[in-house]
Design a binder for this molecule. Sequence first.
Ligand SMILES: NC(=O)c1ccc[n+]([C@@H]2O[C@H](COP(=O)([O-])OP(=O)(O)OC[C@H]3O[C@@H](n4cnc5c(N)ncnc54)[C@H](O)[C@@H]3O)[C@@H](O)[C@H]2O)c1
Length: 363
Amino acid sequence: MREIRVAVVGIGNCASSLIQGLRYYSKKQKETIGLMHYEICGYKPGNIKVVAAFDIDRRKVGKPLEKAIFSPPNCTKTIEGDVLPSNVKVSMGHVFDGVSPHMKDYPAEKIFLVSKDKPVDVAKVLKEKNVEILINYLPVGSERAARFYAQCCLESEVSFINCIPVFIASDTEWVKKFRQKKIPVIGDDVKSQIGATIIHRNLVKLFHDRGVTIDRTYQLNTGGNTDFLNMLNRERLVSKKISKTEAVQSMLDVPMPSENIHIGPSDYVPWQKDNKVCFMRLEGRIFGDVPINLELRLSVEDSPNSAGCMIDAIRCCKVARDRGVGGVLESISAYTMKHPFRQYPDEIARTMVEEFIRGERER
Ligand SMILES: NC(=O)c1ccc[n+]([C@@H]2O[C@H](COP(=O)([O-])OP(=O)(O)OC[C@H]3O[C@@H](n4cnc5c(N)ncnc54)[C@H](O)[C@@H]3O)[C@@H](O)[C@H]2O)c1
């Protein structure tokens, strides 16, 4: 079997959904429900193997991975309870700025509890386990921690898939480093399958393409997982706001004045757990300056919503490695990430990914 050897940093809800999903789809034959591609260049979801994992929470560190993904404060819906024993124990990572101080004001079962274990040598573990790709699922605002793990990838020739809004795969200097070492990199800030970002982008594009002037818009999001609790600390949100706002603004020839566009996580509602609710509004003017407004409410389990995108990103990354291509993978980044190196409308990004898969496009 052609394995894709993956490591994950941050064994939270997203990692849990991804790992459950790998087992879920490996049990199915040609199951395409919920996936954008069942097979990419011969790789099926079942070919992806998680061989190393890093976290800092004492309820996860030292535990078998298949148990850690179901440990608190993880709270996403179980889509596959039968995750096979993997022989992978969660290693102690490096905390840096991964844990926001405000979390201490909330109940233990809702927050990160830092382990007293000594951090491992991450680059060494990546080499020992022959890891090909490291997936970054750290909390929003982990600027130093994310750069640390990215640097470990450069040192061990491992690809980095950056699911969070710390700018690495969209930063010229970092991209240059990965390109010089011929290591593929994908990012930044994963875009869900049908999430607030892709809907907002496409509604803004629809209004724009139909000649409607958009005067104002907002996107307010609530949720009850640790991602939303973490984002109550507004100081951690600078890059998240940039990432989400640029994803929408990039659909317009002339961006809206910043005071007329408001996008962000708006509140933490503990009982929502991993259910995310998005309230969106667009106000504009159609023919004859006549007003129009549109309101939308999206309700979706947050973490499984991005796992399918990740399964495609992992396989495209592996294909690039097989082909000896390094640097930022622009097509899959534009398709699956909110803040890619270059923004493209989603249907163009999708065509670019198909060209990449067929070998007609290098990156
Ligand atoms: N659809 C989605 O769910 C979605 C979409 C876009 C972006 N993201 C981003 O993906 C990231 C992961 O989301 P999540 O819901 O899994 O978050 P989470 O809060 O459930 O998990 C984060 C994990 O990181 C661990 N951690 C904290 N600091 C660490 C460190 N220094 N080293 C190693 N581990 C550390 C925590 O213990 C926890 O297990 C977040 O930044 C989120 O914003 C998620």
